[in-house]
Design a protein around this ligand. Structure first.
Ligand code: HEC
Length: 149
C-alpha cells in the first residue's frame, strides 16, 4: 500500500511542477499579498483537516478529501510570489540568497501534500494522520528557516 501511495504521489508532482502557475506582478506588494493569501487559504484547509486529525471535529471522509485536494493544489501556488525584488512580509531575506533550498522545501511540501491527498482517498483516518504529520513537518522546517514569527 505504501509503495502505491508513493508512486501515485510522484506522478502527481510531475503534473504540478514548481512554477507551473507563474504569473507576473505589477509591484512587489502584489507578490507579497499573493503568496500570503495562498498560504492563508492553504493553511485554513490544512487546519480544518488538522481538527479532524486531532479529534476536535468529527471525521468526515468527504470533507477530508476536499480539504486535501485544496491543500495539494494550493501547495503549488505561493512560490511564484517569491520572485526577485519581492523581499518583505514575514519572509526572511535569506530566501533570496538560498532559493535552491527554498525550492527544495517547496518540493518536499508538494510531495507531502500529494501523499496526504492519496491518504485522504483511502478514507482511513489513521492513514490521514500519518500523512498530515509528515506534511506539517515540511511546513515547520521551512518556517523555522525562512519565516519571521
Ligand atoms: C518552502 C517554505 C515554506 C513551506 C514549505 C511552507 N511555508 Fe508557510 N510561509 C513561508 C514563508 C516564507 C512565509 C512568509 C510569507 C510572507 O510573509 O511574505 C509563510 C507564511 C505562511 C503563513 C502566513 C501568511 C500571512 O498572511 O502572513 C501561513 C498561515 C503559512 N505560511 C502556512 C503554511 C502551512 C500550513 C504550510 C504547510 C502545509 C506551509 N506554510 C509551508 C514558507 C513556507
Amino acid at each position: 500500500m505504501k509503495k502505491i501511495l508513493l508512486s501515485a504521489a510522484v506522478s502527481a508532482i510531475v503534473l504540478a511542477p514548481l512554477g507551473a502557475s507563474a504569473v507576473s506582478f505589477k509591484k512587489p506588494e502584489d507578490a507579497i499579498k499573493y503568496r500570503q493569501s495562498t498560504f492563508t487559504v492553504m493553511a485554513t484547509h490544512f487546519g480544518d483537516l488538522g481538527a479532524m486529525v486531532k479529534g476536535d471535529k468529527p471525521f468526515d471522509a468527504k470533507a477530508a478529501q476536499a480539504n486535501a485536494d485544496i491543500v495539494m493544489t494550493l501547495s503549488t501556488l505561493p512560490w511564484t510570489g517569491f520572485g526577485p525584488g519581492t523581499e518583505g512580509g514575514k519572509a526572511k531575506p535569506a530566501i533570496w540568497k538560498e532559493m535552491d533550498k527554498v525550492k527544495a522545501g517547496a518540493n518536499d511540501l508538494q510531495k507531502a501534500t500529494a501523499e496526504l491527498n492519496k491518504a485522504a482517498g483511502t478514507g482511513n483516518l489513521e492513514n490521514i494522520k500519518k500523512a498530515f504529520a509528515a506534511t506539517q513537518q515540511t511546513c515547520k522546517s521551512c518556517h523555522d528557516s525562512y519565516k519571521d514569527k
